[in-house]
Design a protein around this ligand. Sequence first.
Ligand code: TXA
Ligand code: MG
Length: 342
Amino acid sequence: MPDSIIRTAVECLLAGELVALPTETVYGLGADAANPEAVARIFAAKGRPADHPLIVHLADAAFLTQWAENIPQTARDVAAAFWPGPLTVILKKQPWVPSVVTGGQDTVGLRVPAHSLTLELLAAFAQARAPGVAGIAAPSANRFGRVSPTTAAHVREELGDEVSLILDGGPCEVGIESTIIDFSRDEPEILRPGAISPDDIARVIGVLPRLHSERGTGACEMPVPRVSGSLAAHYAPLTPLRRVESGALAGEVKRLVDAGRRVAVLAYSRCATTSLLLHWQTAAPEPAAYAQKLYANLRRLDALGAEVILVEELPRDPAWQAIADRIHRAVAGSGAGPGEGA
Ligand code: TXA
Ligand code: MG
């Protein structure tokens, strides 16, 4: 028997309303994925262009066939290996799946998130819809182009007026969005790096999936394939953001502070300078812990009113790849000022 908050959330979803929900990666802005009007509300709340497909969250892998067809065994294998977990698979969609969910594409993104509250919600929603289809479409619960939320408070600040209910599941454990792997074409391809690495996937399917990195320059929230009109401006603070090599960081901070500029820094190195003009945010030197706090740190630094945020260049190691991807996009989109997020 679901407790009352879950019951309320199911009622909201059945009524076509929006429910913000926690996942292990970031908070999502959820709606009944089988209800096109409800899904349209997600786009309106986020200010997201209609050609950007959404991920449908499922209670478990048994629901895959409701949403996808021609599912390759490799996709089933990774689902079995990593779900519930921070991995999204792109598959050929069932013909009935509303095009508002898929941005007009013939594929659909599916994942089972690893968060007990949301798994409970997904199971209760599926039970309420049985024997019908059940899935919750949920992009990250931020305005389009802005930093993803990793606490319920982040969602409340940014989209509190747009949602019927925010399920508070505490701070997200992973902190960056799921790895997205496309199984809809001949070769599996990673469209967005995440906590589950290409090597992790190779251990399950026996081949190293290609990384879709060449699309980095024309990218939007992630390198979206087969989507036109995307922009390189995501996960972006309003304060200009710059990457600085570790060895040059102290000198650059000193130069700016000496010039009277207010500076914020996100670094895993220790602070060497103190100044009233300087806010130095120390981040964890390990990728998992760094990622977990990344968006909260960016939000905090962005709120300081500094003239620039300097981000210490990350180690060039595959373990940092997904984080580097988010920082590159944040740099590309930063400094847009209110209302100009892509
Ligand atoms: O970790 C996550 O994946 C979070 C949590 C809430 O689950 N969700 C998330 O959603 O990051 P969103 O909408 O912010 O990013 C999903 C990305 C979009 O950039 C979209 O282009 C891509 O997934 N996507 C979804 N369906 C797709 C499809 N059929 N083909 C290609 N890309 C797709
Ligand atoms: Mg997003």
